[in-house]
Ligand binder design. Structure first.
Ligand SMILES: Cc1cc2nc3c(=O)[nH]c(=O)nc-3n(C[C@H](O)[C@H](O)[C@H](O)COP(=O)(O)OP(=O)(O)OC[C@H]3O[C@@H](n4cnc5c(N)ncnc54)[C@H](O)[C@@H]3O)c2cc1C
Length: 304
């Protein structure tokens, strides 16, 4: 990693890698701080649906490394390093990272989002011991087991479909009385005999001594409580933007996502945002990719 760049991108998901690729192609010296393993939320997805150019879907572990390769080839430097904070310096920004400090004339926030927790007893204690948000990683280890997916949106149903390939039974617990996912996921789930959807169901506790052994579920209509014996819990109840490192410099919306104008500039000069860390983001990979490119183009114009 060098000392100073035109553009530093924070985040190595599809938005960040595309921002890095685009900024480098525009001739800007570019560093992408990709966090732990670049790839973001999509890295472990078995089949990314709706991404242009891949009519049969594409695995995240294929798409993300190829995007990184493309960013590298364009001349962006991609480092598996976290942005820890930033302060104004020399008309740009001084950035603290997990591997020292760098300066940037412009910064693109593409730090994405993290899974919201259920906030119930047992969740913290059993994290990583049967609680997972990666169906493609943990599904193969759960052959023949009964597992629970919590949520009724796209992520919940997509991951339930992946789990159905290996688990004996997948129970989707949804607190509402209608699924909230794309129609294609709803119909595939309804046709999949291994998946059972329970409506009006909220998880009250995750049970187990050393690893997940069950869940306590309340029916929101009648209030009845029951215990289900399950080997794993996959919670997909929403995402929270990773906006923390930027919050003292830029305006956030009521979800703590970074506010931008229509050209993706945040409220502080020289900071731009792309992807699901941004308020109003569409929540699709194609949209995050497009925003990454747009933010880099706007940052380039700002520097010019
Ligand atoms: C289970 C699931 C399935 C999905 N399936 C689909 C699908 O089939 N089709 C589709 O179109 N969309 C899908 N999506 C949505 C898609 O994942 C998002 O739209 C997309 O990942 C957003 O990309 P992003 O780059 O904005 O953020 P992210 O993917 O969240 O990437 C952000 C990256 O930034 C890193 N980071 C965070 N903080 C820092 C920091 N301080 N410094 C450096 N790096 C940091 C993170 O570790 C991460 O690598 C799915 C989402 C989920 C949760």
């Amino acid at each position: 990693m060098g000392d100073a760049y035109d553009i530093v991108v924070a985040g190595g998901g599809v938005a960040g890698l595309t921002a890095g690729l685009t900024a480098a192609r525009l001739g800007r010296s570019t560093l992408v701080l990709g966090g732990g393993i670049p790839g973001g939320l999509l890295l472990s997805i078995e089949r990314i649906d709706g991404y242009p150019g891949f009519p049969d879907g594409i695995a995240g572990y294929e798409l993300c490394p190829s995007l990184q390769e493309q960013a590298d080839a364009a001349g962006a430097e991609v480092a598996a390093v976290e942005l820890e904070g930033l302060v104004r310096a020399n008309g740009g920004w001084q950035i603290a990272t997990s591997d020292g400090a760098v300066e940037a004339r412009a910064v693109i926030a593409a730090t994405g989002a993290r899974f919201r927790q259920l906030g119930v007893p047992g969740e913290e204690r059993l994290q990583g011991r049967g609680i997972s948000t990666c169906a493609s990683c943990d599904g193969p280890l759960l052959g023949g087991a009964t597992v629970v997916v919590v949520g009724g949106g796209d992520s919940a149903l997509q991951e339930a479909l992946t789990l159905a390939q290996t688990a004996q039974r997948v129970i989707v617990l949804h607190r509402g009385d209608e699924l909230e996912a794309q129609a294609s996921y709803c119909s595939r789930v309804n046709e999949e005999p291994t998946i059972e959807v329970r409506y009006g169901a909220t998880v009250e506790e995750i049970l187990g001594a050393d690893r997940v052994e069950g869940v306590r579920v309340r029916n929101t209509a009648g209030g009845a409580v029951e215990e289900l014996a399950v080997a794993a819990v996959f919670p997909f109840v929403g995402l929270e933007p990773n906006s923390g490192p930027f919050q003292e410099h830029v305006a956030l919306d009521d979800r703590s996502a970074v506010r931008t104008d229509e050209r993706l500039a945040a409220s502080a000069a020289g900071i731009f945002a792309a992807g699901v860390v941004r308020g109003g983001a569409a929540g699709r990979a194609a949209a995050a990719t497009g925003e990454g490119a747009s933010a880099a183009i706007t940052a380039d114009a700002y520097l010019a």
